[in-house]
Ligand binder design. Structure first.
Ligand code: ATP
Ligand code: MG
Length: 579
């Protein structure tokens, strides 16, 4: 796999495509534009997003959703939502509902075209009978192990099954009885009759149907035979009149089978499969099976845990649909596998929230500050700018009084070089309020700093000194008597290594980051946030973007940190440490 460190903004819509493409168009959009120019499909564009309802959608699926719904929208075409529910064992309605919600939340609309492969079971069965009748499929009675042995290897051709030349009538009879439930699971399968010597293993008489007595979440117990994905998918595309069937690269070797099936069974304009590189992100995983394992083994709180790369996790974390769509555009569509830096995803949400999230003040680790020369009992309402990026957002009133909280990190008793925040004897600005000077540090018996005693300069109201005097730092603050208490959850990467699935000899779980969640209780936020509803997004000045968690309510206020701001002091410290 080819690793590219993608700088924010480096991704062009075309991406590093392995095929030539028109300016501004990736190779898929170029192919579609050519088809339209040539009048193929009568100029129609019809795509589909085909999730299997066996887990929640993740950021990789978002790439596929944006591509499929995106090209349809750009060309005046249509995109279907189709549940590929051919494997009854792993599928569930919970997943169907979550998938619908996520696609809608991302901003896409399938109109009245929500389909299920299981809707086509009768039709797919009839098409299989058709293949049997024309001598293109047969019932094989080898065991699974025998089928594997007969299949050959990449270097050796396979051998024909002794059942391959069964007469058509016998095949029709056996297939009907498979459906009727006359045989136990595994006794027979239906196979396409293609070529056991094909260099492509997928063409060595692939299995089309297997007997499996399993309850299906939609068809119940109506069926005891189920079509294989490789059979159901191309035919579902053809049934729906799909023109461009966009899928990930691992299906490239399946394309000859896709074409074989649609050519055998359909006439006219048949769908074509086009493969693109899947999205890979560092420091996380994108396998539904492994994500399910994280949920089931309670390594995370659920599919929507804000550390998960799922759409629902990102939503709960505070990501906007716009930022995810923007990320997918930046990543682009290409033929070559690569790994995208998590930083690009974070960049996309920062860009979006910077534009529209209101700024508020919240103190994560409070340090009490008493302004000794501020009148007891006095409260002022100071005007604070809501968003410097958006003048239309205006200002709000924030109460200011004698006892305040500032961030513990904003004070050092013995400040290192380049630390410009508060220190004994030093003057700093409190955002939109006053200049204050630290006069005294109060400690408890154990030597911990518990309070600062400061003075304020009444002449600096609003945060400017009339004599032009400058300070080197501006701190956020809240008034102790007015602030409301909140719980804040800070997140770090879920894994400690870039590629948790690719570590020789280790299970991916070995690389779970034990510090991926830090919960801070007793945070203090400005009073205007008391009734902020779940999903409300804001910037805590100097700390990052935050979003109210659904755990809030009934007097409880919980915030998730979506993403930090790029903290200049943290970067300086990091540099100093690495020296
Ligand atoms: P499974 O192993 O369960 O098949 P899957 O991730 O392929 O997992 P599907 O539900 O089959 O899940 O995926 C739906 C669609 O999303 C498919 O067309 C698939 O190609 C696409 N897709 C899945 N993962 C990614 C990814 N990481 N990047 C881009 N597209 C993806
Ligand atoms: Mg799949």
């Amino acid at each position: 796999m080819n690793r590219t460190d993608q700088e924010p903004g480096a991704g062009s819509p075309a991406g590093p495509a392995g095929e030539p493409s028109s300016p501004g168009l990736d190779f898929i959009r170029t192919r579609i534009a050519e088809d339209r120019a040539n009048g193929r499909y009568g100029g129609r564009v019809h795509t589909r997003f085909p999730p299997e309802p066996n887990g929640y959608l993740h950021i990789g699926h978002a790439k596929s959703i944006c591509l499929n719904f995106g090209v349809a929208a750009e060309t005046g075409g249509l995109c279907n939502l189709r549940f590929d529910d051919t494997n009854p064992v792993k599928e569930d309605v919970e997943y169907v509902e979550a998938i619908e919600e996520d696609v809608r939340w991302l901003g896409f609309d399938w109109g009245d075209r929500m389909f299920y492969a299981s809707d086509y079971f009768e039709r797919l069965y009839a098409l299989a009978v058709e293949l049997v009748r024309t001598g293109k499929a047969y019932v094989d009675s080898l065991s699974a192990d025998e089928i594997r042995a007969y299949r050959g290897t990449l270097t050796e051709p396979g051998r024909n099954s002794p059942y391959r030349d069964r007469p058509v009538e016998e095949n029709l009879d056996l297939f009907a009885r498979m459906r009727a439930g006359e045989f136990p699971d595994g006794q027979h399968v239906l196979r396409a009759k293609i070529d056991m010597a094909s260099p492509n293993m997928n063409m060595r008489d692939p299995t089309l149907y297997r007997i499996r007595r399993a309850h299906h979440h939609r068809t119940g117990d109506a069926w005891c035979i189920y079509p294989m994905y490789d059979y159901a998918h191309p035919l579902s595309d053809a049934i729906e009149g799909i023109t461009h069937s966009l899928c990930t690269l691992e299906f490239e070797d399946h394309r000859p089978l896709y074409d074989w099936l649609v050519n055998e069974l359909f006439a006219g304009d048949r769908p074509q499969q086009i493969e693109f590189a899947r999205l890979n992100l560092n420091y996380t995983i994108m396998s539904k099976r492994k994500l399910l394992q994280l949920v089931q083994q309670r390594h995370v709180a659920g599919w929507d845990d804000p550390r998960m790369p799922t759409i629902s996790g990102l939503r709960r974390r505070g990501y906007t649909p716009e930022s995810i769509r923007d990320f997918c555009t930046r990543v682009g569509v290409a033929k070559k596998e690569n790994v995208i830096d998590m930083a690009l995803l974070e960049y996309s949400v920062r860009e979006d929230l910077n534009r529209r999230a209101p700024r508020v003040m919240g103190v994560l680790r409070p340090l009490r500050v008493v302004l000794t020369n501020y009148p007891e009992g006095q409260v002022e309402e100071v005007d604070v700018i809501n968003n410097p990026e958006d003048p239309a957002a205006g200002t709000r009133k924030v109460p200011f009084s004698r006892v305040l909280y500032i961030e513990q990190d904003d004070f050092r008793e013995d400040p290192p070089k380049k630390f410009f925040r508060l220190a004994p004897g030093r003057e700093v600005r409190l955002r939109c309020a006053y200049f204050i000077t630290c006069q005294e540090v109060v400690k408890d018996g154990a030597g911990n700093i518990v309070e600062l005693r400061c003075t304020y300069d009444p002449a600096t109201r609003g945060g400017d000194a009339p004599d032009g005097r400058r300070v080197k730092a501006t701190l956020h603050w809240v008034s102790a008597a007015h602030a409301c208490e909140a719980e804040v959850r800070l997140y770090d990467r879920l894994f400690t290594v870039e590629d948790p699935e690719g570590q020789e000899g280790h299970d991916f779980l070995a690389f779970l980051n034990p510090g991926s969640l830090e919960t801070l209780a007793g945070c203090q936020v400005e009073p205007g946030l008391a009734d902020a509803p779940p999903g409300y997004r804001c910037q805590f000045e100097r700390l990052g973007y935050f979003c109210v968690d659904p755990d809030s309510g009934g007097g409880r206020l919980v915030f998730n940190r979506t993403v930090s701001l790029r903290d200049t002091w943290a970067r300086i410290e990091e540099k100093e440490r690495s020296r």
